[in-house]
Ligand binder design. Sequence first.
Ligand code: ATP
Ligand code: MG
Length: 575
Amino acid sequence: MSLDSSIERAIKLVTLRNALEYDGKAKLEAVISKTMASRPDLRSSIKTIIPEVKRVLNQINSLAISEQRVLLQEMSPTTDAKKHAEKISGLPPLYGAEIGNVVTRFPPEPNGYPHIGHAKAAIIDDEYARMYNGKLILRFDDTNPLTEKTEYYDAIKEGIQWLGIKPDLIKNASDDIFLLQDYGKKLVSSRGAYVCRCDQKTIQEYRSKGLECACRLDSNSYDEALTEMFTGSFDPNEATIRFRGDMRSPNTAMRDPTLFRIIEGNHPILGTSVRVYPTYDFAAPVEDSLDGVTHAMRTKEYELRNELYNAVLDRLHLRKPVVSEFSRLEFEGLPVSKRKIKPLIEDKSLTGWDDPRLPTLIALKRRGFLPEAIRKYVLSLGWTLSESKPPFESLEAFNRRIIDDYSVRLFFVREPVELKVANANPVNVCLKNHPSSNLGSRSVQVDDTVYIARADASKLSEGSIIRLMELYNVKITSVELADDKSRIFADVIGTELSHEIQKIQWVAYDDKMPYRIIVPKKLYSNEQFDRDSLEIASGYAESFVSTLQLYSSVQFVRYGFCRLDSDQQAIFTHR
Ligand code: ATP
Ligand code: MG
């Protein structure tokens, strides 16, 4: 039977909503009963409807969650998108937002690699744009040629893409450099700003005393100084353009902040053709306004600058977006700021932006974190204002839930110690690759010798009983633990499972593969970089590991989840 399109649409909508509620997998019974509830007229033909529901359900369940979300938005742009986003994200509605008329932007400076904090900002911007069927702009705030590099623009674009975010527009503030300069000139001509020739020390002193300087007071010289500023008469640091604010304002951000400065540098896009660059305080509001941004969200440390943001736009008679703030995301013992990370990369304390100790997106990816987990995590935090630093483990929990189902279980023994089982008969054991998912199995030949981890060996003594997982129970007959040669002897005493017997993993003598696991620890201890924050765990893994796809996730039993990083090496993801 071919269904009429309104019925098919009804089934699809119900299925998509149900799928998004249950991690991308709609449930057949629920979809059938909800379809019937929404279309009571179909009850009489339920027998013919059910196979159609099954067909639609299989189709939708095979899509990625992000695809399901897009599909739902396309089918039901208003109510569903909004309801769904509020439900999964716990984000509050946006002040004054209208469906179809929301524009958000994520404005990174291309001066480093994106990190988990950027992910938070970008995901919130993206989520709101989707929630209101609006638009998201990725705008590079690239107005400082001394710190910005092409490599960083690319890294940010890649990071955003990895997160599953598709901006509706990608642009650079530097594309508008001459427009920005023109607005700056206009502001000086209308006496809303002035060229200041004071040195930094004087500026600071006057700011703290609440005094106006001679450059500000002599408004007759404004135009001449402006011409000099733009025609190259001044050296860097010799002049800036400052907002005519209020030198006595209790908000120090209003005490004539700098709007433009002279910088001589090779800009990744503009080269050396431009010398006068706007500061963030000028470029951000003007760009937001001109780009049509309706809701500008940023982190809380900018809160005191909101007054300036609005004052700049007022004075230029430009439209004002709604500005709001959320808290910065940073983990306990793990700084995210580029300011703190960069020096550690430069002095080689870290191996690079993808050093697995870092909270950069490229490092999290390398370590085995999935973008879906990051998104869910960020949205679970909601719109917080408190500056708490959650432990890194709170992110791990979201990732574990996702990778658990498809990570092959394998044995790895750290610092192997030989265990000889005197009365063992050679066996070929079949080990399941996963306790519940259908990931196949492997067979391992065991003669009379296996390796166990030193940490387990060190707890044994004559008479101890342990179970070699999936193999048999053994009783220890002697233990020799030395730095050069360690050996343990045992006898098989049975195969029955018992709660009282400790179960440990092992690697068979002929199946061993030398293996390294890189274990990232907390980067900082007591606010200081910890030189011992990267540990290498060496040992043996089952040779089966070499048949697995590079970069896949595995779980080394009793050790933790790891992501295969290269031949014979993995990176520890989390427990
Ligand atoms: P950094 O200190 O790492 O240089 P930044 O704030 O200077 O960070 P930008 O590239 O200017 O980084 O930031 C782009 C956007 O990302 C801004 O809107 C900023 O508020 C947001 N952002 C940056 N760090 C965090 C964070 N830790 N948590 C949440 N949002 C952040
Ligand atoms: Mg910055």
